[in-house]
Design a protein around this ligand. Sequence first.
Ligand code: URA
Length: 286
Amino acid sequence: MAADRPQSDAETAQLTPSEALAALEWYRAAGVDMAISEAPVDRFAASAPPRRPTVPPPAPISAAPQHSPPPSPGAFPGTAPNADPAESKAIAAAAETLDALKAAMEQFEGCALKRRATQLVFADGNPEAEIMLVGEGPGEQEDLIGKPFVGRAGQLLDRMLGAIGLDRTKVYIANMVPWRPPGNRAPSPEEMAQCAPFLIRQVELVQPKILVTLGNVPTKALFETSQGITRVRGQLRDLTVGSYSLKGLATLHPAYLLRTPANKALAWQDMLALKAAIAPSATVED
Ligand code: URA
């Protein structure tokens, strides 16, 4: 504890040595072990709450139109509801390679998710792979590291793939939105619309034979269905993604499986369906 040196009568008066020692002892007993200034400080005044700023009087109500449009109904916090998906569509269509697409996405400013994210999470795995997995969007770990599915859900995904002899050298992994939605919320419809052209272009450039959707969000978007994942999962279906046709297989999201491990049995059936589809005898090009 420190004390501002008091300018008391006792100090200005001449103290005898024993009075000075007694005063020091009194300070020491109170926990004071140093003097920090010559002048006393009014600590009560210093800790008084700051005065509230003066609130300007309300502007007169005017019939003139407002300049910023109101948020669209259902807009999610932090979204840019008026960003035009046609912009990402044109940018994605112009990319001739995955590298060009990644570079274009790094320059793209039309999705509000980007402003809150640490970095772009483009993809992981083998761009030559016959299997492409699509998740929902990066989480905290993915946002920090810059690769999809590297957190706990990703570790489970690796184990699911490993169970049927696959790993990241044999699959390509991306997400519906490549920037982390704040607080891991689901991407808004606006964000999905802005980012979907990038994912679609990734599929067209990778040209996998099978697309595996992980959970509801990519399944509804890419299977163009309103049916829930529990109805769609496990069945090999014909899909068209952009200008490219392939087989699609939906399965449960590994993050969901971490929360409800009883459903791992269903995911195991889906992994077996995937294994059967990629077996040499399987006619996945049918
Ligand atoms: N969940 C996803 O959908 N994608 C990731 O990359 C990580 C977690």
